[in-house]
Design a protein around this ligand. Structure first.
Ligand SMILES: Nc1ncnc2c1ncn2[C@@H]1O[C@H](COP(=O)(O)OP(=O)(O)OP(=O)(O)O)[C@@H](O)[C@H]1O
Ligand SMILES: [Mg+2]
Length: 508
C-alpha cells in the first residue's frame, strides 16, 4: 500500500512581475505532520493555494493518492478531501460563528426551505467540544478577537473531515493553552491517518509536532528532512541560505529621566483594572503577559479605540483628553494594532499609499508631482529598509505574502511622526531574518529620542528589546522588572499572578 497522499512535482507559478514558484516539489504522507517553512514571500501559501484550487498552476503535476489530478477550484479540492486554514482569515463578519462554519451546507428544515438554526448551532457546539474551544456558536464574528476568529477557522477546516489538512500559520494569534489544544487535535488527526501540512514561523513548534520539514527559498524547493535529524539552526540556515546568529541581548541605549507619557488609574470594564505606569523618553517599555491579560486593551484605551471608564493620561507632563484616535495622533501617539487587517491596512490599495497615508500631512505644502515623488521615495526607502518583498511600491497590498503585508503596516507607523509608539506584536508572522531588521529599526527610533511601548507574547523578544518590563495578568499590572531583573522565569511568575498584588521586584 502506498501511504503517500499528495505529491506535487515541478510546480510553477508566475504572477505579474513575480515568479512565485519555480519547479517546486512537495510530498505528504498519510498520518504525518509535515512542516512547510521559508522566509516571508518564499512561496509557501502559494504552493498550498495551488493544492487547494485557489490558484491554478502554470506547470508541474499534482498526484493525489497516486493519480495525477487537476484541481481547478476550491470545490474540487474539498471533494478530494483537501482543506485549508488560510493565513488571512476569511470569515464573514456579519454572520454568526456557526453560520460561518457551515456556510453553503447548512442543515435545513421545512423541506429545505429554511436553515435549521438550532441544529446548526448544535453541530457547531459539538465541534467546539472536540477542540476544547470556548466559542459561542451564536456570536457574531465581527465581535471576536483575532484568536477566537482563528479558532473558528480551525473548527471550520476540521468540520470537513478531510484527509489532507493544511494549516497556514494557525497559531499566530493563539494563546499557549489554545496552542496545546490545537496540538492535541493535530495528534488525534495524525493517529487517524490524516496528512497535515503545517506552515509556521515559530521554530519551537516544529520540533514539538512535526515529523518532516520541507524548506522553500525564493519560490524554489530546497530540501525535505526528518525533524528528528535536524536542529533549529540548520533549518534557519536552509531557509535564508546563510547562517544567522542568535541575536544576543545588545548593550542598550541610555534612557533619559524625562517622562513622556504617564497613565494613572486607567480602567475599562473587566479588561483593564486600575492600570498606572509611565514611559520615559528613549525607552522601550515591554508589556508582557499571557494572551488576554489586557495588554492590547490598555493600548486601545490610551488610543481611544475603546473609551476607558476612567483614568488620566499625561503627555509631556500635561493632562490630555483623548476622545478619538485622531486626538491621540495629534498628541503624538501612534498605535500599531495586532489586528492589522482590521485596523492597519487597506489591502486594495498599493504599497506606497499604505505606507504614506499616515504622513500625508507632512507633504501638505508640496504640489502635484513633487508630492507624488516624495511619497514614492519615502515608500521606497521603507521597502528597502524592511526588505519588503514586492515588485514595486505600486503593487496592491493584497497581492503580497502575509508576512510582507505585516511589514507594510510596520513601515506605515515607522514613517509616521509619532513621539510615542505603541506596537502590538510587532513581529507576529514575520520571518527570522526580517525580525532582526525590525529590532534594529526600533533601536534606531529610541536612540532618536522616540519612546515605544512594545506588547509582545514572545519572551525572547521582550527580553532582548525592553529597557523595562511591565507584566500584566487579568487586566492588572502584576509586576515591574528592570532590564537586569527581567528573565523568562520572573516574567512568567507575574504573568500568572492573579489577585490584586502589584509587586515591584527588588523593592519587596
Ligand atoms: N495574488 C498574487 N498576485 C501577485 N503576487 C502574488 C500573489 N500571491 C502571492 N504573490 C507573490 O508571490 C510570492 C510568494 O508569496 P507567498 O504568499 O506564497 O509567500 P509565503 O511563503 O506564504 O510568505 P509569508 O511567510 O509571508 O506568508 C510573493 O512575492 C508574493 O508577493
Ligand atoms: Mg504565507
Amino acid at each position: 500500500m502506498n501511504d503517500i497522499l499528495v505529491s506535487m512535482k515541478g510546480i510553477d507559478k508566475q504572477f505579474p512581475g513575480v515568479r512565485a514558484l519555480n519547479k517546486c516539489n512537495f510530498e505528504l504522507k498519510a498520518g504525518e505532520v509535515h512542516a512547510l517553512v521559508g522566509e516571508n514571500g518564499a512561496g509557501k501559501s502559494t504552493l498550498m493555494k495551488i493544492l487547494t484550487g485557489v490558484y491554478r498552476k502554470d506547470g508541474g503535476t499534482i498526484f493525489y493518492k497516486g493519480n495525477s489530478v487537476d484541481i481547478p477550484d476550491t470545490r474540487t479540492a474539498r471533494e478530494l478531501g483537501i482543506s485549508i486554514i488560510h493565513q488571512e482569515l476569511q470569515l464573514m463578519p456579519d454572520l454568526t460563528v456557526a453560520q460561518n462554519i457551515y456556510i453553503g451546507r447548512e442543515p435545513k428544515k421545512y423541506r429545505g426551505l429554511l436553515t435549521d438554526e438550532k441544529k446548526l448551532n448544535e453541530q457547531a457546539s459539538a465541534l467546539f467540544a472536540e477542540l476544547n474551544a470556548r466559542l459561542d456558536p451564536k456570536a457574531k464574528v465581527a465581535g471576536l478577537t483575532v484568536a477566537m476568529q482563528q479558532m473558528v477557522e480551525i473548527s471550520k477546516a476540521l468540520s470537513f473531515r478531510s484527509e489532507v489538512l493544511i494549516m497556514d500559520e494557525p497559531t499566530a494569534a493563539l494563546t499557549d493553552g489554545e496552542i496545546d489544544d490545537l496540538f492535541r487535535v493535530i495528534e488525534q488527526l495524525r493517529e487517524k491517518g490524516v496528512g497535515i501540512v503545517y506552515i509556521s514561523h515559530r521554530m519551537d513548534e516544529l520540533k514539538r509536532i512535526t515529523d518532516r520539514i520541507t524548506v522553500m527559498r525564493d519560490g524554489c524547493y530546497v530540501d525535505t528532512v526528518e525533524t528528528s535529524g535536524v536542529d533549529v539552526d540548520d533549518i534557519i540556515t536552509m531557509m535564508v541560505g546563510r547562517q544567522i546568529y542568535a541575536v544576543s541581548r545588545p548593550d542598550i541605549t541610555e534612557v533619559s529621566e524625562e517622562k513622556v507619557l504617564e497613565v494613572n488609574n486607567l480602567s475599562r470594564g473587566t479588561a483593564v483594572k486600575n492600570v498606572s505606569f509611565h514611559l520615559k523618553k528613549g525607552e522601550i517599555l515591554g508589556f508582557a503577559g499571557l494572551m488576554g491579560a489586557g495588554r492590547t486593551e490598555v493600548a486601545r484605551a490610551i488610543f481611544a479605540a475603546e473609551s476607558p471608564d476612567e483614568g488620566e493620561i499625561y503627555v509631556h507632563g500635561k493632562r490630555v483628553r483623548i476622545k478619538t484616535p485622531a486626538d491621540a495622533v495629534k498628541h503624538g501617539i501612534g498605535y500599531l494594532s495586532e489586528d492589522r487587517k482590521r485596523y492597519g491596512l487597506m489591502v486594495d490599495m498599493d504599497v506606497k499609499s499604505n505606507i504614506s497615508i499616515a504622513t500625508l500631512r507632512k507633504y501638505r505644502k508640496a504640489f502635484g508631482w513633487m508630492k507624488r515623488e516624495a511619497i514614492r521615495k519615502e515608500a521606497e526607502e521603507r521597502v528597502a529598509e524592511l526588505n519588503i518583498k514586492t515588485p514595486g511600491v505600486n503593487q496592491i497590498v493584497k497581492f503580497l505574502s502575509g508576512g510582507n503585508q505585516q511589514k507594510v503596516v510596520i513601515g506605515k507607523w515607522l514613517t509616521r511622526d509619532s513621539d510615542i509608539l505603541m506596537i502590538d506584536e510587532p513581529t507576529r508572522g514575520i520571518d527570522v531574518g526580517a525580525k532582526a531588521e525590525i529590532y534594529k529599526l526600533l533601536d534606531d527610533l529610541v536612540s532618536q529620542g522616540k519612546s515605544i511601548i512594545m506588547i509582545s507574547s514572545e519572551l525572547p523578544e521582550v527580553l532582548r528589546m525592553s529597557h523595562r518590563v511591565l507584566v500584566m495578568c487579568e487586566g492588572r499590572i502584576t509586576g515591574e522588572l528592570s532590564r537586569e531583573e527581567a528573565t523568562q522565569e520572573a516574567i512568567m511568575k507575574y504573568a500568572t499572578m492573579r489577585g490584586d498584588a502589584r509587586v515591584v521586584a527588588g523593592q519587596g
